[in-house]
Structures are given as structure tokens and as C-alpha cells.
Design a protein around this ligand. Sequence first.
Ligand SMILES: [Zn+2]
Length: 183
Amino acid sequence: MEERAGLRIRLLGDPVLRKKSKQVSRITARHRDILSKMSRMMYDSGGIGLAAPQVGVSESMIVVDIGNGLYKLINPRIVKREGAKSREEGCLSVPGVCIKVKRANKVLVHAQDDEGKSIEIKAEDLLACVFQHEIDHLKGKLIVDHASFLDKIRIKKRVEEIKRQARNEKLPESETKSCKLQL
Ligand SMILES: [Zn+2]
């Protein structure tokens, strides 16, 4: 029902972003359709990753494309992490905010593709970062949760602005793509 009405990017303040996503037990045409729509929305927004809760769907699905191929993943999970790397991350659900996040530099991801086939992806650097960011979304976790004390002061005004816009169900007017990575 929700999908028929059209999916839209949800902003910080929308409760769906804080809900834990449900595992997909049976993959259907509906899931494939949502994943296709999510891919289009990601490309249209200039993003390199998007998780289902960001379009209002509380199910374990993500799309990722850092420029060398599209991943449409169902029930993704990180089974191994290695090393550490900090990067400035942005988020399509928190427009105009950029937070430095420390994550593993290498991850091993287990997931299913949109036909239900089990897949394993070894990712490092930027790709590893994007998988971790998107899988965080499935747990209801956002980049603002990684903010330091000083970050919180710096972004306070912008966060309040986004939350107000989330309540009005409008996209931010003063959207500033201050962060290179939009996830
Ligand atoms: Zn995000």
C-alpha cells in the first residue's frame, strides 16, 4: 500500500528511521520492485547507498553502488570486520550534515540477492564503509549517533531544521550537500 503511494526519502525525525528492520523470509516480486525503486532513488539523489528504512520500508534491504556495480542486498549482515578507518559521511536522511565516523576498513558481508541466492562480499575501504553505514540503518542507527560532543553542538541547528521538515513531510529547502559521501 505504502509502495503504491510512491516511496520517498525519509528524514531524521521520522520514526521509521529508528525502527529495527524485519528480516525478509520470502523474497517476492514486491521486494524486487522496492529494490529497483530504491536504486533509482539512490542514483537520482546522487547517493552511493540507500537502505529500505530511508524510503519508509522497515525490511532488511539495501542498495549500494560506489561506481563499480550495483548491489541489491536482502538480509545483509557483517560476519567479519578488520582494521579501522575514519571518514566524513553524509546521509540522504540527514541532508547537509557531515560526520566523521570510524568504522572497520574491511568487512565480510553475507546476504541474499534479489532472487534469494546466498552471496558473500569481501569489501574494503569506501565499499566497506558504505555497507556498514547501510546496515546501521537496518538497526535504526544513524550518523548522528556517531557524533562527538563538538559535532553535536555544530549540527544542532541543522538537525532541528531537518526534524521540523520531517514533520511537515517536505524536503529541506536549504539543503546543502556539504558532504561528498551521500549514503
Ligand atoms: Zn544514510
